[in-house]
Design a protein around this ligand. Structure first.
Ligand SMILES: Cc1ncc(COP(=O)(O)O)c(C=O)c1O
Length: 460
């Protein structure tokens, strides 16, 4: 690393070990080993403090750096904006805030309003709060329930955890707020009904309807779903699912909230995951890929109809969205997001994502042919999963420890891949890939070749 001696690096590692509390980490391990400290990134690759190079198959570990590392044009857009105006609270407008909103809305027919926040959890909370406020304003507080799906994830705040379909994540953090109700997942590989294909999809959607009828449609305000479930195991809903979900929302006057925090901004080969399914969402939340991690940003996008409910009666002093996010007023996020969007457009990254996603899926299918431990592979665009099973007939999952061993072996061989961890009890057995949208065929092959060797090493 330029300008850093071995001694300097050692000091960094010691400072980290002494004072930094890492996310999602049991720190006992660092009493005998050093934490991984990533010091540099370029394109698809990152380097750690020991100088080891990795191909990053998960875009910053959590599907974020969609346009790759080391983008000077984004850094410059941020720097220029910060010198001009770094911050002013979001009750006022800003130049990049207005320009990005305009560009984003141009890609989202039917939606018209952008609310700025600074993370995916926060963007989702904004939508939840709007649903609640609409319930109080229009329905005497009755139509306040928010439905969420088994295996989906919407964030780390207590409110979004109440809408969390990954039970292991919630252990030890309750009690949670009321008014959140779970609907079944739609993963056909772990089928809950003896059907397949489109029929399965329709049945899984009808299971949502059954919950609505059980709760009472006049109590249900919104349905919050990921277009493709991410950390819950890369679940692409079956054919037939989404049209029926849309119909059900329309029938019972339920607001459809699509959480695009992972799928948004190109990850599945279209700007947004919901485009694949022709949905008409009332809320769309975005975060990770919006500025590819160059600046913190979360956005909640909604319709003019929802917006109007918060402004139609100006004589009521409480009739506006009484919410603020301090850092939703940072200008670096939208400044970075404008340039991030330009890069995706000018470099044809949506098409590349589709092509490289197809290659990745084909490579995973080849791994399934070769390794009997790979029970299922699935994905959309550059968002791919491989489910590992001890027995293909019974679909018994391998242990989380074995999944961890594959991930660790890939890292030892220079590829950072992802996996479910401590999310859904008993089935944390899915390996995840979400490389940057700039991936080349060689990059994709390097990732899956490394997985091939790691699977051989762990399972023989
Ligand atoms: C689908 C989904 N929604 C929301 C979130 C929460 O985003 P954040 O960590 O930015 O709060 C995540 C994070 O992984 C996510 O995967």
């Amino acid at each position: 690393m330029d300008g850093f001696s071995d001694n300097d690096i050692r000091k960094v590692i010691e400072a980290d070990k002494a004072h930094v509390w890492h996310h999602l980490t049991q720190h006992k391990a660092f009493e005998t080993a050093d934490p991984r400290i990533i010091v540099e990134g370029k394109g698809m690759r990152v380097w750690d403090a020991t100088g080891k190079e990795y191909i990053d198959a998960v875009s910053g570990a959590v599907w974020t750096v969609n346009v790759g590392y080391g983008r000077e044009s984004i850094a410059k857009a941020i720097a220029d904006q910060l010198v001009k105006l770094n911050y002013f609270a979001g009750a006022a407008g800003s130049i990049p805030g207005a320009i990005f909103a305009d560009k984003l809305i141009a890609k989202m027919p039917g939606l018209s309003r952008v609310y700025y926040a600074n993370s995916g959890s926060e963007a989702n909370e904004k939508a939840f709060k709007m649903v609640r406020q609409i319930a109080h304003k229009r329905y005497d507080g009755k139509k306040h329930k928010i439905l969420y799906r088994d295996r989906d994830y919407h964030g780390s705040s207590i409110g979004t955890m109440a809408a969390g379909g990954q039970n292991e994540r919630n252990i030890g953090y309750g009690p949670f707020p009321e008014g959140f109700v779970r609907v079944p997942h739609c993963l056909e590989y772990r089928a809950q009904w003896d059907l397949s294909g489109e029929e399965y999809g329709v049945r899984a959607a009808e299971a949502i309807e059954a919950v609505i009828l059980h709760e009472g449609p006049d109590t249900v305000g919104a349905l919050c779903l990921e277009p493709v479930t991410a950390g819950g195991g890369v679940i692409v809903p079956p054919e037939g699912y989404w049209p029926r979900v849309q119909e059900i929302c329309d029938r019972y006057d339920i607001l459809l909230h699509i959480d695009e925090v992972v799928c948004g901004m190109g990850r599945t080969g279209t700007w947004f995951g919901y485009e694949h399914y022709g949905l008409r969402p009332d809320f769309v939340t975005l975060a990770k890929g919006v500025a590819s991690g160059y600046a913190a940003i979360g956005v909640m996008v909604t319709t003019e109809q929802v917006f109007d409910m918060f402004k139609d009666d100006a004589s009521d002093p409480m009739n506006y969205f009484r919410d603020i996010s301090t850092f939703g007023g940072c200008t670096a996020g939208p400044a970075a997001a404008i340039e991030n969007m330009r890069i995706i457009e000018d470099e044809g990254l949506l098409d590349n994502c589709t092509a490289m996603g197809a290659r990745g899926l084909a490579n995973l299918e080849a791994l399934m042919e070769k390794h009997k431990v790979v029970g299922d592979v699935r994905g959309k665009g550059l968002f791919l999963g491989a489910e590992l099973v001890a027995d293909r007939a019974t679909k018994e999952p391998v242990s989380e420890k074995e999944v961890g061993a594959v991930v660790a072996e890939c890292a030892a061989q220079g590829a950072i891949i992802g996996s479910m961890n401590r999310s859904v009890p008993g089935v944390n057995n899915v390996l995840c890939l979400a490389p940057a949208l700039i991936a080349t065929p060689d990059d994709i092959d390097q990732i899956t070749d490394t997985m091939d060797r790691a699977l051989t090493k762990v399972f023989g």
